[in-house]
Design a binder for this molecule. Structure first.
Ligand code: GLU
Ligand code: MG
Length: 435
């Protein structure tokens, strides 16, 4: 049987799903210029394949132009999977306002304009294997790791093959839960890397007869699958700008203002970083995720955390120093989640904010009036509430523009309706099957 090698041109869309079209791989050079046709209403396909109300209807045409720098070729014996992420542009070649890569590029450009820095980000992902007997009593366990050594080694090899930097992989705390961490990348590439990592994890599992899910939470009696985003800044010369030995918790003025912006706007951007109905089952106290808009110094219950550094000399400390956003999950397109965080941080810089002191106690036991007095906000507890805060905060929704906001809200309304009549276990099952 003859087979023609195909290249899959893809976009990670506002549903956080990777969709696209394939063409003969030998046409790649031509397709890098001409792209493949794309349909505006595709943006309203939810993670459940329903189509939310679309302002475009059956009208319009776009192009999805693959970007060579994102090319992946993953070999599984006789099968080779090839894909490239791309940009959605209008027929005139302008960035499309709902292209997630374009949204991130414009957030990064704003940060660079304002502060003269580029963002470096590294994503940590947790995932679970579905359908196996649930592996228990193996939190960080060697046996739990050995049982999936083949999957872990396959995945790390694929990550290296894709030109990314594997950091570590382990059996995480939850039943059948694993965590894979990749090294930092600059700008848009960091979000591209997160998409590639998710795809390679799913592919590796699939070729080994398994199925991996990045769903935010599988079982509310257990822990969730988080996406933790580590961020630092470099200037035009590549010099680190995140750290200042004399700053609060080691933060430079820039980091402090960026962090303060993220915390100030956190309740309004969470609809983009934790965008599924069940994301809010994960964002509850004592799951080591995030429940309040607090800064933590090495504290894993904080939504934004100043991370420890292992380096000893000042130059290496300055390079390693980073802050970690913990209120994200893999229902979010990495580009959109990062764009929301970067805009909030840039807003903090623009407003000249300063980061609050880190919390060192369990905020969930404080009475509401005490929280209020100290400026802490319980993050939205439902997707509906999160969307209301996004739409209601004209500064935050303004970063994305009217069209994006209108489409995003309609998209999520359709998604919410799809699981509205289900109990929480059935909701988790529905999301587990799509992420
Ligand atoms: N599973 C936790 C989450 O949902 C994170 C645990 C950890 O600190 O790695 O974010
Ligand atoms: Mg973890």
């Amino acid at each position: 049987m003859n087979q023609t090698p195909l290249m899959f041109a893809a976009t990670c869309d506002i549903a956080g799903k990777v969709r696209g079209k394939a063409f003969p791989a030998e046409d790649t050079q031509r397709r890098l210029r001409r792209g493949v046709g794309w349909t505006p209403t595709n943006v309203q396909i939810t993670c459940f394949d329903t189509i939310s109300e679309s302002p475009f209807g059956a009208l319009g045409d776009l192009l999805l132009i693959p970007d060579e720098t994102t090319g992946v070729e993953a070999s599984f014996g006789d099968t080779v999977e090839r894909f490239m992420l791309g940009d959605i542009v209008t027929l005139e070649g302008e960035p499309w306002s709902l292209c997630t890569r374009a949204v991130l590029k414009s957030a990064l450009a704003r940060l660079e304009r304002l502060a003269g820095v580029q963002l470096i980000a590294a994503f940590e992902h947790e995932f679970q294997l579905r359908g196996e007997p649930m592996l228990l009593n193996q939190a960080y366990g060697r046996e739990g790791f050995e049982l999936e050594r083949t999957l872990c080694e396959t995945l790390i090899s694929l990550i290296e093959g894709a030109g990314l930097k594997p950091d570590s992989i382990m059996k995480e705390y939850g039943g059948n839960q694993y965590e894979v961490v990749i090294g930092p990348e600059k700008g848009v590439r960091s979000a591209d890397a997160a998409v590639i990592l998710r795809e390679l994890t799913r592919s590796a599992a699939r070729h080994l007869g398994k199925a991996a899910t990045f769903t935010p939470i599988r079982d509310v009696a257990s822990v969730g699958n988080g996406v933790h985003i580590h961020m630092s800044f470099v200037d035009a010369n590549g010099d680190p700008k995140t750290y200042d030995a004399d700053g609060p918790c080691g933060m430079s003025k820039l980091t402090s203002a960026f962090s303060a912006g993220v915390l100030k706007y956190l309740d309004s951007i969470i609809a983009l970083t934790a965008p599924s109905v069940i994301s809010y089952e994960r964002l509850t106290p004592h799951r080591w995720s995030a429940a309040y808009n607090n800064l933590g110094y090495r504290d894993r219950e904080a939504s934004l955390r100043v991370c420890p550094v292992t380096a000893k000399d000042p130059e290496s400390i300055a390079r390693q120093f980073n802050i970690e956003y913990r209120a994200a999950d893999a229902a979010a397109c990495p580009h959109l989640a990062l764009a929301a965080i970067v805009h909030a941080g840039a807003q903090g810089i623009e407003e000249g904010l300063e980061a609050p002191a880190p919390t060192e106690e369990d905020l969930s036991v404080l009475p509401p009036e005490e929280l209020k007095k100290r400026g802490f906000v319980r993050l939205p507890t439902t997707l509906e509430e999160a969307l209301e805060r996004f739409a209601g905060n004209k500064v935050a929704s303004g970063w994305f523009g009217e069209k994006f906001t209108q489409v995003y809200l309609a998209h999520k309304k359709g998604e919410i309706a799809q699981v509205a009549d289900l109990d929480v276990a059935a909701r988790c099952a529905a999301y587990e099957a799509t992420y």
